[in-house]
Write a protein that binds this ligand. Structure first.
Ligand code: PMP
Length: 417
């Protein structure tokens, strides 16, 4: 801390005394730090969560973008409302209907990816010291947003059926007894990042009831909900309790992450505040990108495209599960995701995933150590493996390398014991 790299050297940061206190919570995520090495071609990266865009109709999209600029450029290249384009907000309501949500376009706020939605929600609700309850493990980007508003994250365990309601109740009782103010439950109910599990339908109403009873607002983050490998969808928490759920959606995993178009569906009163917060954060979401998404939804078989993505991800998931079975040493266990991008692996005693990472990268495979997904230091015997981006062959080769690295860690641990 307090030093910054320059020309290969680390020098004291001359601005150290100036930073706001909230920057203390801003640390580079372990995943970000890995990006540079992991993106070398000889390394099989099972670390990042980049969607596989290869199946997108690029020629068609290029033609549409050109038409938008040539035909409607004076609108497409101009500022627009902070709320988001009305036509896109209507289409977003149609997308959400697939998961049982009935919403008015007026209650949708378009954001620069759902990451911005997370930041706005944290900005609106978190004072320093407030508690946000989140699954353990949880999405790194959300943990970063909460940290930057100086909120404290309390993790609640999951099992194979997602967040455990009794554990949530116990955590809320404990926080209450400690005099803490719990503002939000942040949850990723479907095809969890990083855990790869889905919240059982039977648990959904119970979790919502618990949050109501403790006066906690639910933030439902659902970028993967339409990526169930059998085309299965689950009722959104928002559809079960519209007044106490803020829902975050995204086109990043179902269309194109680089366009940075996501949204928040909020109870009406919250919606007003979100629009004001957007104005101060970015004035408005990018007009051209919203128009590109809107045109795509209006003219393309976007549900068919999602089906294509799902089929590719299913093939990659299968490749990964097969490789884990074949190559990981005994004592490893993992989740078997039915959608989304990630497998969560538990490794045997003697392996520390954070300490092992440089050795894995030297053996030309990268993963995300479990420690990045907790705020309380847990996760050293867990890792996240993503199967979304590499081809099935690369996935197999990557897991083979990982298995060999783990075998050697175990051999050393055993020899040292
Ligand atoms: N939430 C979760 C759970 C995610 O995995 C991601 C991206 N990895 C995001 C939000 C942010 O997505 P975007 O900003 O691209 O919509």
């Amino acid at each position: 801390m307090g030093h910054c790299p320059r020309n290969g050297h680390t020098v004291p940061d001359p601005h150290l005394g100036r930073y706001a206190a909230r920057t203390a919570g801003m640390t580079a995520s372990e995943i970000r730090a890995l990006f540079a090495v992991a993106s070398r071609p000889e390394v099989v990266s099972l670390a990042g969560g980049m969607p596989n865009l290869a199946a997108l109709p690029l020629e068609t999209l290029a033609g549409q973008a050109a038409q938008l600029i040539a035909g409607e450029g004076l609108t497409a290249l101009q500022y627009a409302s902070a709320h988001g384009l009305p036509v896109l907000r209507e289409q977003i309501c149609e997308v959400m209907a697939l998961e049982g949500i009935t919403a008015r376009p007026d209650d949708v706020v378009v954001t620069v990816g759902s990451q911005m939605g997370l930041d706005l929600v944290a900005r609106l609700f978190c004072d320093p010291g407030d508690v946000v309850v989140a699954e353990g493990p949880s999405y790194v980007g959300a943990l970063g947003s909460f940290a930057s508003y100086q909120a404290q994250v309390v993790h609640v365990p999951m099992d194979g059926h997602g967040l455990v309601p009794e554990a949530l109740r116990a955590a809320l009782l404990q926080a209450r007894a400690a005099g803490q103010r719990v503002k939000l439950l942040y949850t990723i109910p479907n095809f969890h990042n990083p855990a790869g599990v889905t919240l059982a339908v039977e648990r959904r109403a119970e979790i919502l009831e618990i949050c109501r009873a403790f006066d906690v607002l639910v933030v439902e983050d659902n970028p993967y909900g339409l990526l169930g490998f059998d085309g299965q969808t689950y009722p959104a928490l928002r559809s079960l309790d519209p007044e106490n759920v803020v829902y975050l959606g995204s086109f990043s995993k179902t269309f194109a992450s680089g366009l940075r178009v996501g949204w928040v569906l909020a109870p009406h009163a919250v919606r007003d505040k979100l629009v004001l917060a957007t104005e101060s954060a970015t004035l408005c979401p990018p007009t051209l990108n919203q128009m590109i998404v809107s045109r795509y939804l209006a003219t393309h078989d976007w549900q068919g495209q999602i089906k294509t993505f799902r089929e590719e991800y299913r093939e990659r998931r299968d490749a990964m599960l097969g490789a884990l079975e074949a190559y990981l040493p005994p004592g490893c266990t993992w989740t078997e995701p039915e959608g989304g991008f990630y497998v969560w692996v538990t490794v045997p005693e003697g392996v520390d995933t954070k300490a092992m990472l440089p050795r894995a990268v030297a053996a030309r495979v990268a993963y995300a150590s479990g420690t990045g997904f907790y705020t309380d230091g847990a996760g050293s015997r867990r890792m996240r493996l993503s199967y979304c981006y590499p081809t099935p062959e690369r996935i197999c080769e990557g897991v083979r390398r990982l298995g060999a690295v783990m075998e050697s860690e175990l051999a050393h641990a055993f020899a040292g014991a």
